[in-house]
Design a protein around this ligand. Structure first.
Ligand SMILES: [Fe+2]
Length: 236
């Protein structure tokens, strides 16, 4: 039995609707996700950035109350609109305690989290600590959807600063492999050619970073020459 297969419907949580929002600021393009529980008319937003009007419009159209802001990590293009949204909707901002410690990020609504699941009405959010891109990066499993930030992309994985970080990334990708199902849909913070929402079975076949069997080879490949933050400009 997969670790993500739990015993009772109540423990599994609700299968939500995921609204994909492509937002941009100059050359930086991010994917935000509004995760909707239609039964309780509630929603949460993942990594909101760049376009407050668009996000507010999506919340309004969904006819839900925003109940929280989930942050995968502390880079500016992922938390840009967390504070104004949390303030307006009077809801928490969740980020890992490790990421808060390394970034110094602060907000009145900020709630440090560990891997204890968070329940928002019938919506179960399972945080997975996945260091590598940053030391406190988290992915979030909600229903059969993984919100993977800059840890796992459809065709790649997030940049790592050094060998130690790359080793952590290798372990984090293995943790994801062990946790998700073949049918889990992957929703990353950025994309290259393929669209967010692909099933993990397809990602597993096509993503070279999921093919390594030891952390040394993985780190050598992840840290190869020519891989730097200029890569951001290839996201679309
Ligand atoms: Fe990042």
């Amino acid at each position: 039995m997969n670790k993500n297969t739990l015993e009772t419907p109540q423990e599994e949580g609700l299968e939500p609707q995921v609204v994909v929002l492509r937002v941009s600021n100059m050359f930086v393009i991010n994917y935000n996700y509004l995760v909707i529980d239609h039964i309780n008319s509630t929603s949460i937003i993942v990594d909101p950035a760049w376009d407050l009007e668009r996000i507010e419009q999506a919340i309004e159209v969904s006819n839900t109350t925003l109940k929280g802001v989930l942050l995968t990590h502390s880079h500016f293009d992922h938390l840009h609109l967390a504070k104004p949204l949390a303030e307006k909707h009077n809801c928490p901002i969740w980020m890992s305690q490790e990421e808060i410690a390394i970034s110094g990020y602060d907000a009145p609504q900020l709630q440090p989290i560990d891997e204890t699941p968070i329940w928002v009405e019938s919506l179960k959010i399972v945080p997975l600590l996945t260091p590598g891109h940053t030391a406190g990066s988290m992915c979030y499993m909600i229903g059969n959807n993984l919100f993977s930030g800059d840890t796992l992309f459809i065709e790649g994985c997030g940049l790592c600063n050094d060998v130690k970080a790359a080793h952590h990334m290798y372990e984090s990708l293995n943790k994801i492999k062990a946790y998700v199902n073949e049918t889990t849909r992957i929703f990353p913070g950025h994309k290259y050619a393929r669209s967010p929402g692909e099933q993990f079975a397809t990602v597993l076949q096509n993503n070279i970073y999921l093919q390594f069997s030891n952390k040394e080879d993985f780190a050598a490949y992840r840290l190869r020459k020519g891989q730097n933050h200029a890569k951001f400009f290839e996201f679309y």
